[in-house]
Ligand binder design. Sequence first.
Ligand code: 7PJ
Length: 257
Amino acid sequence: MGIINVTPDSFSDGGLYASTESALRHAAHLIEEGADLLDIGGESTRPGGTPVSVQEELHRIIPVVKALSSMNTPVSVDTSKPEVMRAAIEAGAIMINDVNALRAPGALEVIAEGGVAVCLMHMQGDPLSMQANPQYNDVVAEVKDFLRQRLNAAEAAGIPCERLVIDPGFGFGKTLSHNIELLRHLDQFMDMGVPVLVGLSRKSMLGKITGNEVGDRIHASVAAALLARAKGARILRVHDVKATRDALAVYDAVSMV
Ligand code: 7PJ
């Protein structure tokens, strides 16, 4: 899963047109590099990110979702807002990636009716405050319990398990040691009956481990992606598609029986 952030280009009078154009150019690049799926985000759900309105989020992402879907590119939309989910599904998205795990009122219903896949991610707290003081007694057990509850809620709302994906949510209300603990024991999430998606790409935990700034975390990201793959992750949410693809090709060649 390649990451596409759609953000307004403040240096251009082109505004929406410029941000759509640059998102589509980046999308073409990631497909060329071997992405199977593109995750389109309007930047409302990132840790510490500024919340944006429904209108603004729609404005940013819908033209991109429409353009990619019309070219048969599989698109996922990173949003927690039911209104945005509904519009994204209408525009052709095949998956909703919700860091809030469909906890917003109405979100479960939109997905049940929309017939799309959904990623349910764990987050402790909310994006603005979650890194202040994350606490767990047993991070793996608590994250699994939360995801089990959200899977149950999704199935109760009529979303079949074939459309569900889970994600432990690296960096979302977790310290470095929580993140390391989760990655070390990622294999324990493989008994939950649905595929596991993992997002580690360029994250601050990799910065803390290597001492590298965000622009210099490709190698660490590839190592993390490979570890996640080796422990059973099925979808890797990454910025650097070719680097990850190459590493996975080596892994698969050796691990294949
Ligand atoms: C994740 C995400 C993640 C899922 C972001 C970033 C922060 N969605 N959206 N999993 N992270 N499912 O990419 O650094 O880990 S935004």
